[in-house]
Design a protein around this ligand. Structure first.
Ligand code: URA
Length: 185
């Protein structure tokens, strides 16, 4: 599938009930040739209204971490497990993830990133393992075929629990170090 075919298919998707309440499909954004890809959970209100991932309060905090470790947002690709907003930001239902995950799979196939960072436990449970424990396992890298994968705290958790911010910075520094190691800088 090409990017155009994938994006058109995703934007027209009526695979689950969420299409009825969405304003926009939040397909994903950034560098389609990125070495590094971030995967969040699902769009929130600001994302649903704008069609762009991570632009609300959590997104602004995430931008600060990218800036802090000197990773330009436009150099990476950012997507979510779900492309449509769950009402009142409830957790994605397994059935919704099952329908939506193929879009993400195809994005990964087209981008061929070397590093994937899950933002939060929902993405980690889907992409790393179902019993992922974010407080224990964040920042631990696992090799999965052609890429390495880890998870960091979701920025909205950091808004609720700022004590975890230091750990997040440590993890993001590791992400940056891995990225630099790829290009030998
Ligand atoms: N939270 C997410 O997981 N994804 C977004 O795009 C915004 C908030």
């Amino acid at each position: 599938m090409t990017w155009e075919e994938l994006e058109n298919k995703c934007r027209a998707c009526q695979g689950c009930e969420l299409h009825k309440t969405r304003t926009n499909v939040v397909f994903g954004c950034g560098n389609r040739e990125a070495d590094l890809m971030f995967v969040g959970e699902a769009p929130g209100e600001s994302e649903d209204l704008s069609g762009v991932p991570f632009v609300g309060r959590a997104g602004k905090l995430f931008d600060k971490y990218l800036e802090a470790v000197d990773i330009p947002r436009e150099s990476v690709y950012i997507a979510n497990i779900l492309k449509c907003r769950p009402p009142k930001n409830r957790d994605p239902l397994p059935a919704e993830e099952d329908v939506c995950i193929d879009y993400l799979r195809e994005q990964v196939r087209l981008i061929r990133p070397k590093l994937i960072v899950c933002l939060g436990r929902i993405a980690a449970m889907r992409l790393i393992k179902p019993d992922y424990r974010i407080t224990k396992e964040h920042g631990v890298w696992i090799t999965r075929g052609a890429f390495e994968i880890t998870a960091v705290y979701h920025p909205s958790l950091l808004l609720r629990d700022p004590r975890r911010k230091e750990e997040m910075l440590v993890d993001m520094k590791t992400v940056k170090a891995k990225l630099d190691a790829l290009s030998g800088t």
